[in-house]
Design a protein around this ligand. Structure first.
Ligand code: UDP
Length: 259
């Protein structure tokens, strides 16, 4: 009997289009299977993974390079409830969530000491702390660490450092857009089989940012917690409102198109 190929999309998985961006209908488990296949089965070619959230959609409206990086990604999951809501509004489809933090934790739990991770991003010192904690808690191997505050003139040097590290998994946490564009542009140099844009996940592993409480994550409303509690994020609330308006406008446009 042949075992199913976990790197292949199963018949139940589909790719939707949200505005002009792809969104894969995959559960967390399917995501972990797919990424595990990419990391541990030949050929170990590089793959980019995006965890889509409403801010990406709003921000990318004025950033064509960000749109392109997401369009070219190998896997695009729904990071949170905002995207699930938008898919329901625009496609009448229930899309499962596969948030960045859950993906990273799931991979570490599944693969433990087999897994070599490069932590790329956050303020100096934070990636080191995250790596130490992940090593202690999950027994992973640390392929390398680098902070995320370097000039774009240093992109190649950093990409080569990652490429030489032999990582299976690169966690790129350098802010929305920057991290996806970096992963996509440098994918061949980064060379690791999974390149994941992970936002603030490195901070969460380091303990410098709190994960939203479990109940908000279960309901998929952790953004309310994050926006509400973190003053730095207050300026983001208008973006969420803008996202909701964008979705409603798109829905009206689609409705007119079918009449
Ligand atoms: N970050 C970084 N370099 C930058 C900007 C941000 O490494 O130039 C890091 C930041 O320290 C944090 C992560 O990227 O660890 C996510 O940052 P933030 O929440 O501000 O960005 P978002 O993903 O919400 O755009």
């Amino acid at each position: 009997m042949t075992r199913p190929d976990p790197t292949a999309a199963s018949a139940s998985e589909a790719r939707l289009t949200l505005f002009d961006l792809p969104l894969d209908v995959v559960t967390l488990e399917q995501t972990l299977d797919r990424l595990g296949g990419w990391m541990f089965r030949a050929p170990r070619s590089p793959h980019t993974v995006v965890t889509l959230n409403p801010e990406f959609i709003v921000q990318s409206r004025t950033q064509p390079e960000f749109v392109r990086a997401m369009q070219e990604a190998d896997l695009v999951t729904a990071d949170g409830v905002g995207i699930v809501w938008a898919a329901r509004q625009l496609h009448g489809r229930e899309v499962p969530r596969a948030p960045g933090y859950d993906i990273v934790k799931g991979l570490m739990q599944r693969h433990g000491s087999e897994l070599r991770v490069f932590f790329l991003g956050a303020r100096p010192g934070v990636a080191e702390q995250a790596a130490q904690n992940a090593m202690r808690d999950y027994g992973i191997q640390v392929a390398g660490v680098h902070h995320g505050y370097f000039d774009s003139s240093e992109d190649q040097r950093v990409a080569e450092l990652v490429g030489a590290s032999g990582a299976h998994l690169v966690l790129t946490g350098m802010g929305a857009g920057r991290q996806e564009i970096f992963n996509q542009y440098w994918r061949q140099v980064l060379a690791a089989p999974v390149l994941l844009g992970c936002g603030g996940v490195i901070d969460v592993f380091a303990g410098t940012a709190d994960l939203a409480p479990a109940w908000t994550r279960k309901l998929g409303v952790e953004f309310i917690w994050r926006v509400g509690l973190d003053r730095k994020r207050w300026n983001r609330a208008p973006r969420l409102a803008q996202f909701m308006r964008l979705v409603q406008a798109e829905k009206r446009r689609q409705g007119r198109g079918t009449q």
